[in-house]
Write a protein that binds this ligand. Structure first.
Ligand SMILES: NC(=O)c1ccc[n+]([C@@H]2O[C@H](COP(=O)([O-])OP(=O)(O)OC[C@H]3O[C@@H](n4cnc5c(N)ncnc54)[C@H](OP(=O)(O)O)[C@@H]3O)[C@@H](O)[C@H]2O)c1
Length: 418
């Protein structure tokens, strides 16, 4: 959908600081890509903005925009809950060194500035000078609806959406982007309906599509990991969980996990190999992406495969072993020591192309399952609900940027603004 939200110059001037370069100011004041094509602009909406300058600085700010009247097939959602997922942090904070961040601005319009390490600045070239809104997904209440029957049917309904720019008080979106939540489901319960639940279901679908029978998952105590365990319990799928702390072994066992291997244990590779032999898992989804873990997964899969088919084969076992990196929690280089023959693959996995691969009908089936089970299988846990301004508080950033188990924050863009 085209973004058609109009920035309010006066407010932007207020939230722009003296530290902004002329180049940045002109980008902020030239919002052609948001220009509405019709009359009726009247609803003001505050949102979080992230800007990277070519000089190597990240800048977080709040801006007010105006939401135009919805077109026939559009609605305006008052966003009440939007999670800060690891994937949101990629845009929000980029590769900035937040330990060096400084705060300025006012209580109403805080401004956070942080340096980006020199060697990482070039990786941000595509977004230099562009003030970008953040927040992939969230939930809220439809407060305005276009003239079509489909839009009118959503009036007053609680809906979830993956519509980017969700760290905004109000969001204009197409009817087709809305997932209507069941009566009684709150925006907080529905805030994380898309990114993690659909990824979990996508992992299981990928396993079936690519002929595997069991799964391995890393950083497995995450919100997503706990959902995956519950789905695997329901569907009788063997799941080998990999965590990095002993307490997370207990956490996952508490929700029915059979296999949990701890990378901090001296017997990690032995435990993993045994779990792979017992489960038959030949497909892993790795959220860490960096360091030696993908290599350890492939190596242990090969050892498990050879145990089933002993004897010398100079090319390794014939059993295909696949690791998909689907997250970047460990930003260090991925290290491979190829001692596992040639029947293996290492690739990236992303939700959106996967949904395109399975098509709209299958996607709708997965979406509906999420709506049906959002307070059970796909329930998410949040450590705190914060406002837009609190999301720019340095102490809060230090917590949610840790991406630690049980420390996910939820933004309520209307908190303190009613
Ligand atoms: N590719 C896609 O389409 C897609 C879609 C959705 C989600 N994801 C990815 O899914 C992952 C989980 O998301 P979530 O929202 O469920 O996360 P979450 O609830 O915030 O949990 C993050 C988990 O990662 C662990 N972790 C953090 N840094 C780590 C590191 N360097 N090494 C190992 N473990 C680390 C944490 O464990 P500790 O407590 O031990 O730190 C925690 O259990 C993220 O990587 C996200 O980017 C990808």
């Amino acid at each position: 959908m085209r973004a058609r939200q109009l920035e309010v110059g006066a407010t932007l001037r207020k939230c722009s600081s003296d530290t902004l370069t002329c180049e940045n100011r002109s980008v902020l004041r030239a919002p052609e890509r948001h220009a509405p094509e019709r009359q009726g602009v009247r609803l003001k909406s505050r949102q979080i903005r992230s800007l990277v300058s070519s000089e190597g600085h990240l800048e977080l700010s709040l801006a007010d925009i105006e939401i135009p009247a919805p077109g026939p097939d559009e609605v305006v959602v008052r966003v009440e809950a939007s999670p800060i997922n690891p994937s949101d942090l990629g845009l929000l904070l980029g590769p900035a060194d937040m330990s060096q961040a400084t705060a300025s601005g006012t209580a109403e319009f805080p401004l956070v500035t942080a340096p980006i390490p020199e060697q990482l600045v070039a990786s941000q070239a595509d977004r230099f000078g562009e003030s970008m809104a953040a927040g992939n997904e969230g939930a809220g209440v439809v407060v305005e609806a276009g003239s079509s029957d489909a839009a009118q049917a959503l009036r007053g309904k609680t809906v979830a959406a993956i519509a980017r720019e969700m760290y905004s008080q109000y969001r204009l979106m197409d009817v087709s982007q809305c997932l209507v939540l069941h009566e009684g489901t709150t925006p907080t319960e529905g805030a994380s309906c898309f990114v993690n639940p659909l990824t979990v279901l996508g992992m299981v679908e990928t396993m079936r599509l690519e002929g595997h029978t069991a799964l391995v998952h890393t950083a497995a105590a995450s919100n997503l990991g706990q959902m995956l365990q519950k789905v695997c319990n329901d569907e009788g799928i063997e799941l080998v969980n990999v965590v990095r702390r002993p307490e997370h072994v207990e956490l996952l066992r508490g929700i029915g996990a059979t296999y949990v291997c701890d990378t901090s244990s001296a017997s990690f590779e032995e435990d993993l190999t045994q779990a792979l032999m017992d489960s038959g898992a030949t497909l892993a989804f790795d959220a860490t992406g960096g360091g030696p873990l993908a290599n350890q997964l492939l190596n242990c899969m090969e050892t498990a495969a050879k145990a089933k088919d002993p004897g010398f084969n100079r090319y390794g076992s014939n059993i295909h072993k696949q690791v998909y990196i689907y997250g970047g929690l460990d930003t260090s280089p991925t290290v491979l020591h190829r001692t596992y023959g040639l029947a293996w693959g290492l690739g990236g996995w992303l939700l959106t192309p996967f949904l395109e691969r399975i098509g709209p009908e299958a996607t709708e089936r997965l979406r509906q399952r999420v709506a049906d089970e959002v307070t059970t299988t796909f329930a998410s846990e949040y450590a705190r609900e914060i406002s837009l301004a609190e999301a720019l508080d340095l102490d809060n950033i230090a917590v949610y940027n840790r991406r630690a188990t049980g420390e996910k924050y939820l933004i309520n863009p209307n908190k303190d603004l009613d």
